[in-house]
Design a protein around this ligand. Structure first.
Ligand code: SF4
Length: 436
């Protein structure tokens, strides 16, 4: 294979080079490479593809493409079996997760990370600040700025496609958080670690101070930066406040600096947001961050549904994606409560897929509606096999029907012989309709 003459997908696009990854993404999105190339060159679409993640099946992330979803997994103190976690990863990919974020927080995290980038075809993301404490096995305040940067480099070398870095908070944020008295302060795990480190050491945020060095690492391996939103609201009362917007403005500046070095960028967003504020949040991000893809964590549209936050997040995610978000981080029923198990993971993925797909239909993403139209045909024909083929989760659909099977095979036990579809088909065919 010939040596590649570009560092990142963005640089290639800017030079007019059609990379193998861009070609695959264009095909998946039903676009021509000529349509996709300028979007990658301008940063409106990212193709997270670390040059060391050779088994990657690449995806594009951008508001005009199919909305993608991310699944958070990883080993932790309470769930430390690599094989069990790897099974969850592969199940998540099978269910349609386009990205896996490895949030491992226990033991030696490198073998699991490397297993992911050697075996998993989905985009792999990490949050190096979590891993720093684990990697060095030292308390947070003993770590130096160089230690954090070295972990970013390690993740890049291991083949991670995107890294969440909380570069947007600074020492000024400490005063702001104190002054504005948010109800939930900072709820971002990585953001709280960076904040705590700044408070304990008296130093500036290393991910902000040494951003240029980080950009050089990301450029070398083509790691996409996911600019973390440390100040994302953790409850409705904190939504769209000064802390969140002030950080977003800095993320816009950092986006521009990354693009100057051809480094691909996504911007992370809220959080807990009332429905009436979601569209405005998307527009403000698009404007301040110049169209860089928006990666939203939810948003959760109410705070009072623990156990059902996959639903609160799917409602918010659908509205967000319809208004410009490109990438949804899944939320499971275990959010705010516990580490998700396999069933929680499944529920979270399905809820996010529904949100993403519903938004794609509303946005008019190419081909998005086709499967719904096929489902309509299958339902009219009472063709159950064809319905399973269109279903997002055919196993669950089949199991429900089998559990309450109808007397007559051509209907379902919901209305039995009162089946409207059956009556209409027969009426339009001039057939007799037997109800009693
Ligand atoms: S029985 Fe009722 S719910 Fe079932 S397929 Fe017919 S119309 Fe639909």
């Amino acid at each position: 294979m010939s040596e590649r003459n570009y560092a990142t997908q963005m640089e290639a696009a800017r030079k007019g080079i059609v990379t193998p990854q861009l070609e695959i993404v264009a095909k998946k999105e039903r676009m021509t490479v000529e349509e996709l190339l300028p979007l990658v060159a301008s940063g409106k679409v990212v193709i997270p593809a670390n040059k060391n993640h050779t088994c990657l099946d690449p995806e594009g992330v951008g508001s005009m493409l199919r909305t993608k979803i991310n699944v958070n997994l990883g080993v932790s103190r309470d769930c430390k079996d690599y094989d069990v976690e790897m099974q969850k990863v592969m199940a998540a990919v099978k269910m349609g997760g386009e990205a896996i974020m490895d949030l491992s927080s226990h033991g030696n995290t490198q073998p699991f990370r490397q297993k992911l980038t050697h075996e998993c075809p989905a985009m792999i993301g990490t949050v190096p600040v979590y891993d720093s404490v684990i990697h060095y096995q030292r308390d947070l305040d003993t770590l130096t700025a160089k230690d954090f940067i070295d972990v970013v480099r390690l993740h890049a070398q291991d083949g991670v496609d995107f890294v969440t870095l909380h570069c947007g908070i600074t020492r000024k944020t400490i005063d702001q958080i104190r002054k504005h008295k948010r109800k939930m302060n900072i709820v971002s795990r990585g953001g709280s670690l960076v904040f705590a480190w700044m408070c304990m050491t008296g130093e500036e945020n290393p991910f902000y101070q040494y951003y240029d060095e980080i950009l050089d690492i990301c450029r070398e391996y083509d790691v996409t930066i996911s600019l973390g939103d440390a100040c994302r609201p953790g409850c409705l009362a904190d939504a769209t406040d000064v802390c969140q917007i002030e950080e977003l403005v800095r993320l816009g500046e950092l986006t521009k600096r990354a693009w100057e070095k051809d480094v691909q960028v996504m911007v992370e967003g809220p959080g807990h947001v009332p429905m009436d504020q979601i569209a405005a949040n998307m527009k403000v991000q698009q404007s301040i961050c110049m169209g860089a893809p928006f990666y939203v964590l939810g948003p959760l549209v109410t705070d009072i549904a623990p156990g059902y936050d996959h639903i609160t997040a799917a409602i918010g995610g659908a509205i967000a994606a319809m208004n410009g978000a490109a990438f949804l981080c899944y939320v499971t029923p275990a959010e705010h409560l516990a580490l998700p198990n396999l069933e929680d993971v499944k529920q979270g993925i399905i809820a996010s897929k529904i949100a993403a797909h519903a938004a794609d239909i509303a946005k008019g993403v190419r081909g998005a509606r086709e499967i719904d139209d096929k489902m309509g045909d299958a339902r009219r024909a009472l063709d159950w096999e064809a319905q399973w083929a269109c279903a997002l989760d055919p196993e669950t659909a089949k199991a429900i029907r089998a559990d309450r099977s109808p007397e007559h095979d051509d209907t379902c036990s919901m209305c039995g012989k009162f089946c409207a579809v059956r009556s209409m088909n027969k009426a339009l065919n001039g057939e007799h309709i037997d109800i009693l």
